[in-house]
Design a protein around this ligand. Structure first.
Ligand code: CU
Length: 139
């Protein structure tokens, strides 16, 4: 019996870890993103506009993160991204709940949001302190 104790514990821990993964789920291949509305959020020095994104739960969207600034910013929303279903090809764009957007760049993600209230911030040094915080309301 003792031989099985450690593998069983390892399996249990692995199973628990996956429940709290920051990785987004993959949207069903049949999801109709072609007719999904495009929702824009603009990143500026130092704000998100709009500051609160309001989305409809379960409705596919194209989330366009538009960096209007001369420097890079991030769209960091780990709880939000852990709850969405995202188009498979775009899942690698999200790293630990963060999307990096270079100066003047736009990053688009096709995803299906899950109901909830989520925080978003820019994690670049001092940006959130200077006001780069916001929220995502999905209902
Ligand atoms: Cu920033």
């Amino acid at each position: 019996m003792r031989r099985f104790a450690i593998p069983a514990l390892a399996l249990l821990l692995t199973g628990c870890a996956s429940l709290y993964s920051l990785d987004p789920l993959i949207a069903p291949a049949a999801t109709d993103f072609a007719s999904a509305p495009r929702v824009e959020v603009h990143l500026k020095d130092y704000s998100f506009e709009p500051r609160t994104l309001t989305l409809v739960a379960g409705r596919p969207i194209v989330l366009a993160m538009v960096n209007d600034a001369d420097g890079p910013h991030s769209f960091t929303a780990p709880d939000f991204f852990a709850a969405v279903q995202i188009a498979q090809s775009e899942a690698p764009i999200i790293a630990n709940g963060t999307v990096e957007i270079g100066a003047g760049q736009t990053v688009e993600l096709r995803l299906i949001p899950l109901a909830g209230a989520y925080d978003v911030e820019c994690t670049h040094f001092t940006h959130s302190l200077r006001g780069m915080t916001g929220s995502i309301l999905v209902r």
